[in-house]
Design a protein around this ligand. Structure first.
Ligand code: BES
Ligand code: MN
Ligand code: ZN
Length: 488
């Protein structure tokens, strides 16, 4: 396997050793009540705080060039107060911003004493996040500055933190893969290319990948999925990834990722403003690829299946039409009232397909509804679950991975509006609670296993200047999967 893009090492240097460490810059993370001790570092930090030159609000940093007694060429002081995620993130991001602007390649990062697991994860994810460069479709990519090739992190409790570091790096790599595919335009990230990426991931021991094309999908009987795909000339793919890290008899967790490589809305076409962003409608699928990338690094003793129904949703001449009724893989008929509610159509067949693995749990991940963006914004994914222990495991994994979700309801009363006069169910609910009615639709196809659904429409993409994919919820998924390794 390729080495991680950034080489990160962890050691337990004390303040005196840290001050001698050679690097392009030494970032020293201090709390505002740091006491001046042995060595130059803590004295400098204390003095800078007392003078007010190092401010205590998150994100303020002070850089010095060749301060006496310091081995590194530059010293960057960052006040992180209580090691809270917000403080560490702000401090590290500011420090990395400085390192980037000066193209520094070798960075040492020191905690004044012990680092919390949360703080270390924050450092690692911020390093990868801030040095990610999208270049895939630029003719003359700004030669990415040779920034942060080597990072040393020092904390007094380094030994205990080693597993946390490995996990954080593996997750960062998975996040990066998911970001890459989310960012890639739809004419590049086609279903076929997505399938090739899955195949490439499976080239290592214990991984397998099988890809179904349009004919196989038809033979299977995934007609709800086919209905979405049929409006586009771009052939669909149904991707089946397997990771076998445990004995065969151990029931797998199945991850399903929505893989709409472009969602125009189909005949129920979307407004043109912002439609370009619908290239990330395969972010759920990308997060499944990302999770498998992390698994390849960590090789936990579990079994995992990844399913990605991938196609475009376009208004072609053979596109599905409002009012059409299709028969899904499990025989339920569906009246398509809005062709823009296509995610649930591809997912319902994937959910039925998942039954054959006799899974311990099935988690589908999808940029499913604009309504979820309205409900939860970009902070938390919407979590829907039919199983209490699965729900609490996912909530806990989200907190641990700093990739949080929020439980949403599944009362049967929400399903009332999905009733159809012409089929078993309609693919469109009423005016209110759009993310819940979408989940209620999916629930009809998730009766045979503990099931959870993550609506990531709000969290998978950044708007504004940082426009682009976030790689969420790879962290949540990987954290959850690793936790299941503890169960018998
Ligand atoms: N992919 C969209 C949901 C979406 C919206 C993702 C905004 C990311 C940002 C999904 O296929 C869709 O179009 N949903 C419709 C459902 C409606 C027609 C019931 C929606 O949310 O408007
Ligand atoms: Mn849609
Ligand atoms: Zn969609």
């Amino acid at each position: 396997m390729k080495k991680p893009r950034v080489d990160i090492a962890l050691g337990s240097a004390d303040a005196a050793q840290l001050s001698r460490q050679g690097a392009d810059a030494l970032v020293f993370l201090v709390s505002k009540d740091i006491q001046p001790g042995a060595g130059a570092l803590s004295k400098l930090a204390r003095a800078a705080l007392d003078a007010g030159d190092l401010e205590t609000q998150p994100g303020s940093v002070l850089m010095m060039y060749r301060p006496p007694g310091i081995g590194a060429t530059r010293l960057i002081l960052a006040c992180i107060d209580d090691q809270s995620v917000a403080h560490v993130r702000a401090g590290i991001q500011a420090a990395i911003g400085l390192a980037r602007s000066r193209s520094l390649g070798r960075l040492a990062i020191g905690f004044a004493s012990d680092a919390s697991a949360h703080a270390l994860r924050t450092v690692v994810s911020a390093i990868f996040e801030r040095t990610y460069v999208y270049a895939a479709t630029k003719s003359a990519p700004e030669t990415p500055p040779k920034v942060l090739e080597k990072v040393w992190i020092a904390a007094r409790n380094a030994e205990a933190l080693k597993p946390v570091l490995d996990r954080a790096i593996a997750i960062a790599e998975g996040v990066e893969l998911a970001r890459h595919w989310g960012d890639l335009p739809a004419n590049h990230a086609t279903p076929a290319r997505l399938a090739e990426a899955a195949m490439a991931l499976a080239k290592v021991p214990r991984f397998k990948c099988e890809v179904l094309g349009p004919q196989d999908i038809g033979k299977e009987g995934m007609r709800a999925f086919m209905a979405v795909a049929q409006g586009s000339a771009e052939p669909a793919r149904f991707i089946v990834l397997r990771y076998e890290g445990a004995r065969k008899s151990r029931p797998p967790v199945v991850l399903i990722g929505k893989g709409i490589t472009f969602d125009s809305g189909g005949i129920s076409i979307k407004p043109s403003e912002g439609m370009d962003e619908m290239k990330y409608d395969m972010a759920g699928g990308a997060s499944v690829l990302g999770a498998f990338q992390s698994l390849a690094r960590l090789k936990p003793p579990i079994n995992v299946i990844g399913l990605i129904p991938a196609c475009e949703n376009l208004p072609g001449t053979s596109a599905m039409k409002p009012g059409d009724v299709v028969s899904s893989l499990n025989g339920q008929t569906i009246e398509i009232l809005n062709t823009d509610a296509e995610g649930r159509l591809v997912l319902c067949d994937a959910l039925t397909y998942a039954e054959r693995f006799r899974p311990a749990a099935v988690i589908d991940v999808a940029t499913l509804t604009g309504a979820c963006v309205v409900a939860l914004g970009s902070v938390r994914s919407g979590l829907f679950a039919t199983d209490e222990s699965l729900a609490s495991a996912l909530l806990a994994a989200g907190e641990a991975a700093q990739d949080p979700c929020w439980r949403m309801p599944l009362d049967d009363a929400y399903a009332e509006s999905l009733k159809s006069n012409f089929a078993d169910v309609a693919n469109l609910g009423g005016r209110g609670a759009g993310s819940v009615t979408a989940a209620k639709f999916l629930q009809r196809f998730a009766q045979k296993f503990p099931w959870a659904h993550l609506d990531i429409a709000g969290v998978a993409w950044n708007g504004g200047a940082a426009k682009g994919a976030t790689g969420r919820p790879v962290g949540l998924l990987v954290e959850y999967l690793l936790a299941t390794a503890q169960e018998p």
